[in-house]
Design a protein around this ligand. Structure first.
Ligand SMILES: [Zn+2]
Ligand SMILES: [Zn+2]
Ligand SMILES: [Zn+2]
Length: 271
């Protein structure tokens, strides 16, 4: 006999079936209520270490202990509220400057690409180091050991000249693209700061489930409840930028919102 949960997760066919989704969400909520886990109260809020960080989201009043904390203009928000706040603040100006913003994004990404291409057209660090070493050893062999160090200096000069020539030649062939001035420097999204999430307790084992439970199986961007297999745990500060597996750095997102998430330089792999 399959359990009710098995029936919903495995036997019910389509993952887009709304009825199935709602049923699963209800099941998850029930197991949450039934859980004897003292860390989580009836709202799915973690109550642990409350004495450490007496902070609540200024907008929804949720406890932020053990949860991500985002600062905007001196106020501290939960991830979901910060996201909403930034969207609503930026949305007005973004609409007004939509065309300019689009232009700016287009040309600045072109410029980024140009910089990358230039970098790969120049000799690599290794080959530059080889040039310096060859000149230094050559001078040392010709005029004796003392001049080896003068040779390093000469090598650096030679290398600089070679690199500069190559660069000028490349730039002549591939002129630097113009980037229009950035239309908006005051978007709320440029003022957000993540507080904490660098230090803390690392979550082990079933950390994914812990985070999903803490966030009430709710995507922290679109605020919809999803079955666990449609949710992902996201590192607010990306791992590549030093973000750790700390609960204060982890947040629940649905996979659709995760694809578009770009705070703190996050780039989704599937992009
Ligand atoms: Zn909030
Ligand atoms: Zn979502
Ligand atoms: Zn992510």
């Amino acid at each position: 006999m399959p359990s009710e949960r098995d029936y919903v997760t495995k036997i019910w066919p389509s993952s887009n079936n709304t009825e199935r989704r709602l049923h699963l969400a209800a099941l998850q909520k029930r197991s949450l209520d039934e859980s004897k886990n003292g860390d989580i109260d009836e709202n799915g809020i973690v109550r642990k270490n409350n004495h450490m960080e007496q902070q609540r989201c200024i907008s929804c009043d949720a406890s932020l202990s053990g949860r991500p904390r985002i600062e905007l203009d001196g106020n501290v928000f939960c991830y979901a509220c910060a996201k909403q706040r930034v969207d609503s603040e930026d949305c007005v100006v973004e609409k007004k400057y939509a065309a300019k913003l689009k232009d700016y994004e287009f040309y600045s990404s072109k410029h980024e690409k140009w910089k990358e291409q230039l970098k790969s057209a120049l000799p690599s660090f290794d080959s530059q180091a080889t040039i310096v070493a060859v000149v230094a050893i050559g001078m040392g062999l010709l005029w004796g050991g003392l001049l080896f160090f003068l040779g390093i200096f000469a090598g650096l000069v030679v290398n600089t000249i070679i690199v500069k020539q190559k660069r000028d030649k490349w730039v002549q062939k591939n002129p630097e693209p113009n980037v229009p001035p950035q239309p908006l420097k005051h978007l709320a999204r440029s003022r957000i700061k993540q507080i904490g999430g660098i230090k803390g307790k690392s979550l082990t084992g079933s950390y994914r489930t812990k985070i999903l439970k803490r966030d009430n199986y709710t995507c922290q961007i679109c605020r919809e409840i999803f079955p666990a297999d449609e949710l992902e745990v996201h590192h607010i500060r990306p791992q590549a930028k030093g973000g750790k597996h700390f609960s204060t750095n982890l947040v629940t997102l649905c996979y659709r919102c995760h694809i578009d998430e770009n705070w703190f330089g996050h780039k989704h792999k599937m992009r």
